[in-house]
Design a protein around this ligand. Structure first.
Ligand code: ADP
Length: 491
């Protein structure tokens, strides 16, 4: 349009951009425990790129790198709390393309860890109340408050109550995203009174306790989860963890939107953490990454021998019971096995004893390694194993595909939605997929994968099919925008 053009603006051009506040307990690059952090870091950026006025609110944990912060944004945020008005401050960061506001309250967030204290419900209830207090101090209210997982359930409850009373929030819609329905944020219901939430006791009560997840879902105008199949699964008694009835009751407002991959971060062509860059057109660098990975784990440099890898939290959900039972069968295939994981002691002990029994074949790293090692494993491995009991979305199978590492997954949740079984007749498919949660079907798919690993041309086809699969965030961001817009106005 020339600058002499006087034509009136269309209604669309006049409309202020959609304003979305995303609230989350963790986000990359600030603080990470699992996939929620990847999603909470990528979504505000992806929305911003689509023209949304998005911003993120997080707790300022002590382990967050202070060089990511740009300025103190509010020095004296008053948060109504236990009949007092303790002060918190708010920092701002420009580390993402969308602004991030971080709530600084050292009493609650300087614990050296993100979760796992007995008073987590209190810490996140405070975070949520502070987040809503912060929203009130901004120039404009959000059109949508987007809450993520149980720690943000309190924010949904608080927003629903306040928008009934305060003109400022009257038009703010509430979306609740479930990243894992098994984490329900339980606490003693007798604590509801001093949290000033006893008016909503019925909304909180689940299995004889108070659940921040349940109350958050009930208080929200719409609910989403992180893959279409998981949206169906959580409506069943097997996978609903006691909330399937609520999911069925809300099924008309329950969307399944598959997470994307942040290709700024996970891209073998530009990745600064890996030994050599490579692409779908030229995979030569992947061999160097494989040798580098073998060296890092102290394994013999035998690049022809396939590497099966896994990166996950060490919890029952991730299928470690199957791996433990299948350990000798996996090694009988002749492959290396490399595991990165932190979590339950029983699985850490299993990994240690497996490594001790086969130190030249099994490489392990116990603990949360940070980003570089996860990237090096994705780049250097040949097969990536995800035998999850359930998996709301799963990100590592999508990272693996991008790095030419072929996923072997159980057909559940987002794994089923994102992986297509390879078909040698049509050359279609980007991985290997088994159904029953059992050792033999898993071993069979591993063997099938390894069979094709030896067929060089077929293997390259599977790798390329995965590397060219588009799992970018922009498609997911568009679906979120549509969902935000479809939520009916609260008034
Ligand atoms: P979940 O959210 O259930 O943990 P996802 O597959 O969605 O599972 O995401 C897991 C994320 O956490 C990935 O980015 C993965 O690389 C990372 N991750 C998991 N465990 C570790 C670990 N021990 N060290 C480094 N990164 C890890």
């Amino acid at each position: 349009m020339s600058n002499t053009d006087q034509s009136p603006k269309t209604e669309d051009q006049n409309r202020a951009p959609l304003r979305v506040a995303i609230i989350s307990p963790e986000a990359v690059p600030f603080a990470k425990v699992g996939g929620l952090a990847d999603v909470s870091g990528a979504l505000p950026k992806a929305l911003h790129a689509e023209g949304v006025d998005s911003f993120l609110i997080l707790p300022l944990y002590d382990q967050i790198d202070r060089s990511l912060l740009s300025e103190t944004f509010i020095e004296d945020l008053e948060v109504p709390w236990r009949g007092r008005q303790p002060r918190a401050s708010v920092w701002k960061s420009d580390a993402l393309k969308a602004p991030t506001y971080l709530i600084d309250a050292p009493h609650y967030f300087s614990r050296g860890k993100i979760y796992a204290d007995n008073d987590d419900f209190e810490r996140f209830a405070f975070f949520c109340r502070a987040a809503v207090a912060l929203l009130k101090r901004l120039e404009n209210p959000p059109d949508v408050l987007h809450c993520n997982d149980w720690p943000c359930g309190f924010a949904a409850v608080e927003m629903r109550a306040r928008r009934r009373q305060e003109e400022y929030f009257a038009n703010t819609k509430i979306l609740f995203s479930i990243h894992n329905i098994a984490y329900q944020g339980f606490f003693n219901p007798t604590d509801l009174w001093w949290l000033d939430l006893s008016a909503y006791t019925d909304d909180f009560m689940l299995k004889g306790a108070a659940s921040a997840l349940k109350a958050g879902i009930i208080a929200s105008d719409a609910v989403s989860t992180v893959s279409p199949r998981y949206a169906r699964e959580i409506q069943t008694s097997e996978q609903g963890y006691g909330l399937d009835w609520l999911m069925r009751a809300r099924s008309d407002r329950l969307a399944g939107i598959t997470n994307g991959v942040d290709y700024d971060v996970w891209n073998p062509e530009t990745d600064p953490h890996i030994a050599a860059n490579f692409s779908a057109d030229d995979l030569t660098g992947k061999r160097e990454c494989k040798l580098d990975l073998l060296r890092r784990f102290g394994l013999p440099e035998e690049p022809e021998r396939p590497i099966i890898a896994i990166i996950s939290r060490l919890v029952g959900q991730k299928g470690y019971d199957l791996i433990r039972q299948a350990a000798s069968g996996i090694l009988d295939t002749g492959a290396f096995f490399i595991a990165l994981g932190a979590g339950a002691k029983e699985y850490e002990d299993f990994l240690q004893s497996w490594h001790d029994a086969a130190p030249h074949r099994v490489g392990i790293y116990k603990g949360f390694a940070g980003e570089p090692l996860a990237h090096q494993i994705e780049a250097g491995a040949d097969l990536f194993l995800m035998p999850s009991l359930y998996e709301p979305c799963g990100l590592n199978q999508m990272y693996s595909m991008r790095y030419g590492t072929v996923p072997v997954v159980r057909a559940t949740g987002g794994l089923d939605d994102t992986i297509q079984q390879f078909d040698n007749a049509t050359n279609e498919g980007n991985g290997f997929k088994f159904g029953p949660y059992a050792v033999l079907p898993m071993l069979e798919k591993i063997r099938e994968g390894l069979y094709f690993y030896k067929q060089r041309e077929a293997w390259k086809t599977i790798q390329r099919n995965g590397m060219t699969t588009d799992n970018s965030w922009s498609a997911a961001a568009k679906k979120y925008i549509q969902l935000y817009e479809e939520i009916p106005s609260p008034n």
